[in-house]
Design a protein around this ligand. Structure first.
Ligand SMILES: [Zn+2]
Length: 940
C-alpha cells in the first residue's frame, strides 16, 4: 500500500521531522523544566569529550560578551522555537460592518461574493469553518486555519473568473446548499471539514485556461497528470502541498486512518468538479432517482447513495451556482466567465491553435453561451438534483427566472450595463503625455546552499580573519595538516560501513579495501581536499548537491556540515558525527509524489544519492562506478569531517556564530529582506522583474507588496529548485484580471531544452490606458547559452502573435566578457539582439565598467579549483555584466539606467557582494522607459 505521511510518522525508525517544527521544539515540549532558563553556551559544552574544546571554553564568556549581536547556536535554537510559536499570522484586520453583513448571508443564496473585498472574504471563510465546528471538533487551531486560508488566497492567480472571489463564492455556496438540504446535519465533523476544505481548494492555482487548452498546447502539466482531469489533479496536489506545508501543518493532529480518510474525500470531491465527468454524475443521479428504488433509499446517506457522493453533488452545484444567484449577480459572473474564455481564445489565436468556439470573441455571443449552459447542462442537472434532494427543488425556480431574463438580453445590453470596467476598479483611467514606465530587474539569488560559498562583504572583522585563515591553511597547510584517520577514525569508518550495509549498499568490502589502503592514510588537506581527481570524479560535489539542503514535506532540512545551512552545534567531532549519521542514514525524506497527489515518496537521505556514471564523467573508472554510491558517502563523510576539524583548529569560537549570521542573511530572512529593499527603495517602480526567487517568495511578495503590485507568475512554479522568475506589475498601471500566461508557449518557441520550469515568466497584460504589454522575466543557464534562444522566441511570439504589444524584458542573461561556443559573450549578445530590433537599458555599447555582478568563491566548498583568494576577490572574481532590461528600439527609449548593490539605490564600485544587507550577488538594475512619441501617437 502507498505509504502516507501519517503512517510514516508512527514508524519508530523515523526521525519525526514532520511532527515538530524544529528539533529544539521537541526538546522543549518533552522537557518538564520549560520555565528553566535556557542552557548557556558554556554549560552545553561542559560535557565535551574534546580536550581542545574544554580549553577554549574558558574564555567563552569573554567572547560571549564581546561578540555583540552575533547569535550563538543555542540562542538560535531558542529563537527558532519562538519563531515557530509566534510565527506571525498575516491575518487581515476585520471590517466588522462588512463581516456582519456577510455573516448574515452565509446560509443564503443572496450572498454576492463580488461585493466583498479579499480580506472580508478571508474572515467569512474562517466563519464558515467556525460554524462547521472545525476548530473545536477537529483540534485545528484558529491560527492554523488562518494561515491556510491566506495560503489559498495567495495561491490564486489574477484571472477574470477563476480567482479568490470565485473560491469564496463556491465555498460559501457549498456551505449554504449543504445546510439547506440537510446534508450538513448528516456529516461527521471530519466530513464537514473535508467538504469545506475541498471547496476552498477546488480551483487552487487555476491557470485561467481549461483542460483542453492544456492538452492542445502541450502544457507540462499534461504529462504530469496523465491527460485526464489535469487541472483538478493539479488543484488537489497543490492543496495537499499547502496543507502539509510546515508553516501551516493543518493536518498534524490526524491519525493515519483519519489522514487517509480525509485525503480520499478531498480528492474525490475536488475531482468531481471536472465537467468532463458531468455525464458520469448525470448517469448516477438517474440511477439513484429511479422510481423503482424505494423512496427512503433514494436519499443521500441511504442504502444506495453514500455521503461522499452527496458532497460531490454539493460542490458541483456550488461550482455552477452562478446561474441560480439573483440575476444582477448572475449577470456579473456571466461577463467574467466569458472574459476568461475569450482570453483563452486570444491565446489560441495568437499561437495558431484551433480556437475553441466558445472562446472565440469574434463569433461567440456571451448571452447565447449562457442560454446554452442553462438549457443543456444546468436545467437537466438541477432537476435530477431536486429529485434526489427535494429540499433544493426551489432552486429550479431561480434557474427558470434567470433563464427567462436572458431571453430579454443581448450582448450589447449586457456590456453596456456592465462593461469590462469592473476589471479595473480604477478612477480616472488614462495617462497624459508620453507614457513613462519605471522598470527594475533583479536576480535575487545568491547563496544556494553553502553560506560560505562566496566572499561576502561582512561588517564583522572576524569574518575576514576566518576566511583569510582558511585560505592560508588550505594554500599552505604545512605541519598543521593532519591524517584523515586522525579525525575520521577506523571506528567511525566501521560505523559508516555498518550503516551502509543496513541500507543494502553493494561493494562495501571493496570500499573498505580502499579505505585501508588509501583514504585513511591521506593527508587531509594536501592529500584529500586538494586532490584534483576527487574533484573531477565529483565524489564530493555530487552527493553534496543532493544531500546538502532538502525540502522534506515542505520543511527544509540540512546536512550537518560546515557548508550547509545546518545550525546545530558541530564544535566537536563525536557530536557532529552522531548528527551526520542520523541525518544521512536515519532521516527519511518526505517528498510529495506528483503523480499521486497527496501521496509521499519516503526514503532515507543516503538513498537519494545517485550513481556517478563513467559514461558521463570519464574520470570515474568502471570499478569506481560499480561502488560509486558508497564511495560518494565515504568521500562526503571525510570532506565534512575534515572541514569541521579544520575550522576547529583555525577559529574554534567564531566560525559557528559567523556561519549563523550568514544563514540568517541569505536564508532565513532572505525573502523578507528582498521585499524590504523593494518596498523602501523601489516603491515608484511600475514593473519589477524578479529572477531566481523561491516559490514562497510569491507569498512574501503578496503580503509585503500586494496592495500595490500584482504578482505575476507562471502557472507552473518550481517549488523544488526554487529558481523562479516572476514579475511585479503595479496595480494602478496595469489592469487586474487582464493577464494571460504565455510562459509555456514562449518556452516552446525557444526549444524546450532551454527553459526549465521557473526560469521564464512571460505574461501578456493590458495597461490601464488600454495599451498592451508583453512582459518577460528570465534567468538563463550559467553560461548564458539559453539567453539568445529565449530572446529569439520572445521576438517570434511578438512578430507572429502579439505585434500590437509593447515588449519589456528583464533578465539575468548570464553574459560574460568573452564569447565562445560554450559561453555567451556580451558583445555577441548585444549584436544579436540589435539585429532583432531590440535595445537595452545600457545603450548601444555598455562599457567594461558596467558590470552587475562581482563575486568570488571561497575556499570552503567542494570545488576548490574555483576558489579565489581574498586579496584577489574584487579583482579576479567573476565581474560581469549579466543583468539587462531589453525592449524594442522603436517602442521605447531608456533613460536614467542605474545599478544598485546596497539596496539604497546606490552602487559601491569595488565591493564584492552579497553583503549581509544586500542578499543577492546580482545588482538591481533600473531605468525609466519612455514610449517613443511616434509610436505613442499611432495608438489604434
Ligand atoms: Zn470552480
Amino acid at each position: 500500500p502507498e505509504p502516507t505521511r501519517r503512517a510514516s510518522r508512527n514508524n519508530g525508525r523515523h526521525v519525526r521531522m514532520a511532527q515538530v517544527p524544529y528539533a529544539g521544539a521537541a526538546r522543549r515540549s518533552s522537557c518538564p523544566a520549560l520555565a528553566a532558563p535556557p542552557p548557556t553556551h558554556a554549560s552545553s559544552r561542559a560535557f565535551s569529550p574534546n580536550d581542545e574544546e574544554d580549553r577554549i571554553s574558558e574564555d567563552d564568556e569573554e567572547y560571549e560578551n564581546s561578540r555583540g549581536g552575533v547569535p550563538s547556536a543555542e540562542d538560535d535554537e531558542l529563537d527558532k522555537e519562538k519563531a515557530a510559536e509566534q510565527q506571525p499570522v498575516l491575518w487581515p484586520e476585520r471590517n466588522d460592518e462588512e463581516f456582519e453583513r456577510g455573516r448574515a448571508l452565509l446560509k443564503t443564496l443572496l450572498c454576492d461574493a463580488l461585493s466583498f473585498d479579499a480580506d472580508d472574504m478571508a474572515h467569512l471563510v474562517l466563519e464558515i469553518f467556525d460554524q462547521c465546528g472545525v476548530p473545536e471538533n477537529m483540534g485545528i487551531t484558529t491560527s492554523k486555519l488562518q494561515r491556510f486560508i491566506i495560503g489559498v488566497r495567495d495561491r490564486m492567480l489574477d484571472n477574470p473568473y477563476h480567482n479568490w472571489t470565485h473560491i469564496f463564492d463556491v465555498t460559501q455556496t457549498t456551505y449554504c446548499l449543504a445546510c439547506k438540504c440537510g446534508l450538513m446535519d448528516r456529516l461527521s465533523s471530519m466530513q464537514r471539514f473535508a467538504l469545506i476544505t475541498s471547496a476552498l481548494c477546488h480551483d487552487l492555482e487555476h491557470p485561467g485556461v481549461n483542460n483542453l487548452f492544456l492538452i492542445r498546447s502541450r502544457s507540462s502539466l499534461v504529462a504530469l497528470y496523465n491527460d485526464t482531469s489535469i487541472l483538478e489533479k493539479h488543484h488537489s496536489f497543490r492543496a495537499f502541498e499547502l496543507m502539509l506545508n510546515s508553516n501551516i501543518d493543518l493536518l498534524s493532529g490526524f491519525s493515519p486512518d483519519e489522514y487517509a480518510e480525509f485525503r480520499a474525500m478531498v480528492m474525490s470531491i475536488i475531482l468531481a468538479t471536472d465537467m468532463a465527468r458531468h455525464g458520469e454524475y448525470m448517469a448516477k443521479l438517474n440511477a439513484y432517482t429511479d422510481p423503482a428504488i424505494a423512496e427512503e433509499d433514494r436519499r443521500i446517506g441511504g442504502q444506495h447513495v453514500d455521503l461522499t457522493f452527496g458532497m460531490e453533488i454539493m460542490i458541483k452545484c456550488a461550482d455552477t451556482s452562478n446561474v441560480l444567484k439573483p440575476f444582477n449577480v448572475a449577470k456579473k459572473w456571466a461577463v467574467r466567465v466569458t472574459d476568461e474564455f475569450f482570453l483563452q481564445g486570444d491565446l489560441e489565436r495568437a499561437n495558431g491553435m484551433e480556437i475553441t468556439p466558445t472562446c472565440n470573441r469574434q463569433i461567440q455571443e456571451r448571452v447565447s453561451l449562457q442560454k446554452g449552459f442553462y438549457d443543456f447542462v444546468i436545467g437537466p442537472y438541477y432537476s435530477k438534483v431536486a429529485a434526489l434532494l427535494p429540499e433544493l427543488a426551489s432552486l429550479l425556480d431561480s434557474i427558470k427566472v434567470n433563464r427567462e431574463m436572458w431571453n430579454s438580453y443581448d450582448d450589447k445590453m449586457l456590456m453596456d450595463e456592465l462593461g469590462s470596467s469592473y476589471l479595473a476598479r480604477l478612477p480616472g483611467i488614462g495617462i497624459d503625455g508620453p507614457m513613462k514606465l519605471s522598470v527594475a530587474t533583479w536576480n535575487v539569488a545568491a547563496v544556494n546552499n553553502n553560506p560560505f560559498e562566496y566572499w561576502v562583504t561582512h561588517q564583522s572583522g572576524e569574518y575576514a580573519k576566518l576566511m583569510n585563515d582558511v585560505q592560508r591553511f588550505v594554500d599552505n597547510p604545512g605541519g598543521r595538516d593532519f591524517v584523515v584517520s586522525d579525525v575520521l577514525t577506523d571506528e567511525m569508518f566501521a560505523e559508516l560501513k555498518h550503516d551502509m550495509s543496513k541500507h543494502g549498499f553493494p561493494g562495501l568490502d571493496e570500499l573498505e579495501r580502499r579505505w585501508v589502503e588509501d583514504f585513511r592514510n591521506r593527508f587531509a588537506i594536501s592529500g584529500f581536499l586538494k586532490d584534483k581527481a576527487i574533484g573531477s570524479k565529483r565524489l564530493v560535489s555530487m552527493p553534496d548537491r543532493i544531500t546538502n539542503t532538502i525540502n522534506s514535506d515542505g520543511r527544509i532540512i540540512y546536512r550537518p556540515s560546515v557548508i550547509s545551512g545546518f545550525e546545530g552545534e558541530m564544535g566537536q567531532i563525536p557530536v557532529w558525527w552522531q548528527k551526520w549519521r542520523e541525518y544521512t542514514f536515519k532521516t527519511d525524506v518526505h517528498t510529495l509524489d506528483r503523480l499521486s497527489p497527496g501521496a509521499y515518496k519516503i526514503q532515507a537521505v543516503c538513498k537519494m544519492i545517485e550513481p556517478i556514471r563513467h559514461a558521463k564523467y570519464p574520470a570515474i573508472t568502471m570499478e569506481e562506478e560499480a561502488i560509486s554510491i558508497p564511495l560518494q558517502v565515504l568521500a562526503l563523510a571525510i570532506f565534512d569531517c575534515v572541514l569541521v576539524r579544520m575550522l576547529q583548529i583555525i577559529a574554534p569560537r567564531t566560525w559557528q556564530p559567523l556561519k549563523h549570521s550568514l544563514c540568517d542573511a541569505f536564508n532565513r530572512n532572505k525573502s523578507q529582506q528582498v521585499i524590504n529593499i523593494l518596498a523602501k527603495s523601489y516603491d515608484d517602480a511600475d514593473i519589477i522583474f524578479i529572477q531566481e526567487a523561491a516559490a514562497s517568495f510569491v507569498d512574501h511578495a503578496k503580503q509585503g507588496l500586494g496592495s500595490k503590485y500584482m504578482v505575476l507568475r507562471p502557472y507552473v512554479l518550481d517549488g523544488y529548485r526554487n529558481q523562479n522568475s516572476m514579475i511585479l506589475a503595479r496595480k494602478d498601471k496595469f489592469l487586474e484580471g487582464s493577464r494571460a500566461d504565455l510562459t509555456e508557449q514562449v518556452g516552446r518557441l525557444a526549444g524546450g531544452r532551454w527553459t526549465a520550469p521557473g526560469d521564464l515568466c512571460a505574461i501578456a497584460i493590458k495597461g490601464v490606458d488600454g495599451s498592451r504589454y508583453l512582459l518577460a522575466s528570465f534567468h538563463g543557464d550559467t553560461n548564458g547559452l539559453a539567453t539568445i534562444p529565449v530572446l529569439k522566441a520572445l521576438n517570434e511570439a511578438f512578430t507572429k502573435s502579439y505585434p500590437d504589444h509593447i515588449v519589456i524584458f528583464g533578465l539575468d542573461a548570464n553574459t560574460h566578457k568573452q564569447n565562445s561556443a560554450n559561453c555567451q559573450g556580451i558583445a555577441d549578445f548585444q549584436q544579436k539582439f540589435s539585429e532583432m530590433g531590440f535595445a537595452s537599458c545600457w545603450g548601444p555599447s555598455p562599457g567594461v565598467q558596467t558590470w552587475t555582478t562581482r563575486n568570488a568563491r571561497t575556499y570552503l566548498q567542494p570545488q576548490l579549483q574555483k576558489a579565489v583568494g581574498i586579496s584577489d576577490a574584487a579583482r579576479k572574481g567573476e565581474v560581469n555584466l549579466k543583468d539587462w532590461i531589453i525592449f524594442y528600439d522603436n517602442q521605447m527609449k531608456a533613460v536614467e539606467s542605474a545599478r544598485d548593490n546596497t539596496g539604497n539605490r546606490e552602487f559601491a564600485e569595488s565591493m564584492v557582494f552579497p553583503t549581509l544587507k544586500f542578499p543577492s550577488d546580482h545588482a538591481i538594475v533600473s531605468c525609466q522607459l519612455q514610449r517613443n512619441e511616434e509610436q505613442h501617437n499611432q495608438k489604434p
